[in-house]
Write a protein that binds this ligand. Sequence first.
Ligand SMILES: NC(=O)c1ccc[n+]([C@@H]2O[C@H](COP(=O)([O-])OP(=O)(O)OC[C@H]3O[C@@H](n4cnc5c(N)ncnc54)[C@H](O)[C@@H]3O)[C@@H](O)[C@H]2O)c1
Length: 440
Amino acid sequence: MKVAVLGLGYVGTVTAGALAANGHEVCGVDIDAGKVAMIAAGRSPVVEPGLDELVSEAVAKGSLRATTDLSEALAGAELSLVCVGTPSLPQGATDLGSIARAVTAMATSLRTVEGPASGHHALVIRSTVPPGTLQELVDPLVAEQMSSSSLAVGTGVCPEFLREGSAIADFTDAPFTVVGTEDPRVGDTMNRLFRFVDGPVRVVPPPVAEGLKYACNAFHATKVSFVNELGRLFRQLGVDSREVLELFCEDTKLNISSQYLHPGFAFGGSCLPKDLRALLYLGRMNSLDLPLLAGTLATNALSVSEVVNRVLLSNANEVALLGLSFKMNSDDLRESPYVDLAETLIGKGFDLRIYDPIVDPATLIGTNRQYVDAKLPHLRRVLTSNPADALRNADVALVSSSHPSVIAALIADAPNLIIDMNGHLGAPVEALPGYEGVAW
Ligand SMILES: NC(=O)c1ccc[n+]([C@@H]2O[C@H](COP(=O)([O-])OP(=O)(O)OC[C@H]3O[C@@H](n4cnc5c(N)ncnc54)[C@H](O)[C@@H]3O)[C@@H](O)[C@H]2O)c1
């Protein structure tokens, strides 16, 4: 495939070199004539293990060249990959100036250059860009220039996940390639481009691909800070954090797994909040700040207040809370965030009714009973014995239970707003007009 790669920095040079080494005909473009000259001389403009060799071999066999002339690179190309920089502005926003300038220049050039035989060009953003950039910035720029052109230009985003230092292996051995596009021809082009890579090409809506890149980087950064924060504390406590983390990583059921990585409501229960507080206390006793762990409790509280705000904004009077324990199939109400939610809603004057298939006020005993009496003394008054009673005349339903009786009652008598608290309600409820996810 004839491919133009814009921006010959780390991402662009690795992309250009790896594609050229795997059967594609690549022309790199940069506004920096020095970088173009280096590629032309068979050298990589950036330092990366193995990249000099990759570039020199590809240039020698004629599958890679470089130019400062955009039209020369785009002539006959089926695909262009935009790899220009997207640095931070002083206040943290992403500077999309290079993207806007590159895309405008490309669309202008594509209007006049000779197109590929297919009559379709895929313009794909490889740079990291905030969700919405393709649809709100790139598409209008392309549409403005291409309205009177015979060449069809489809757009997409294909974020790069390589790490400097192991970039070539990361590129060719990626777990998957994600393409965000609304144009099936862009998806086809990217599938053909990456045929030499083992991992599958996953075609998704553009904002999902854009968001994924940020999710990955935020997660990786959080992992580093998590272990370092624990390490600071454990060092003070005389605990070998390396040994702890080695064992920690052996648990591929709960720790290194997809567990706890599903968007939903706040965590709770008898252990997680209590043990986080204990660690924070140990930190204070050792004069250590543990902002990540403290922030975890703070952001958990925001999950509750955000739902309260959504109920307030809905102008509801009557609210049904379907599911009260912190997880399905448990009657443990200790530190259930749903209990907090119920208390706050009652405190704000809402007419709240609660149904939970396994929290029966008549049979609550022991610490649960004490907990209910202390934390939610009105529980008996607002608990109903079936979901239909809870839902009668309700303006809003907050639903964490996916018990069949709850699903059936929702479908029979759906309120104007249904907030799904954990994503387990299933397609028939998701199809109801008032359905909303709590965090999606
Ligand atoms: N560096 C990484 O490890 C890495 C990994 C994954 C994703 N990314 C993302 O990829 C993008 C590129 O990162 P990078 O580190 O390769 O950047 P870089 O700064 O090394 O390279 C960007 C290149 O784009 C060129 N350029 C700017 N405007 C241009 C234009 N209009 N036409 C042609 N060339 C132009 C610049 O001269 C420069 O050579 C960023 O969005 C970054 O966040 C980087």
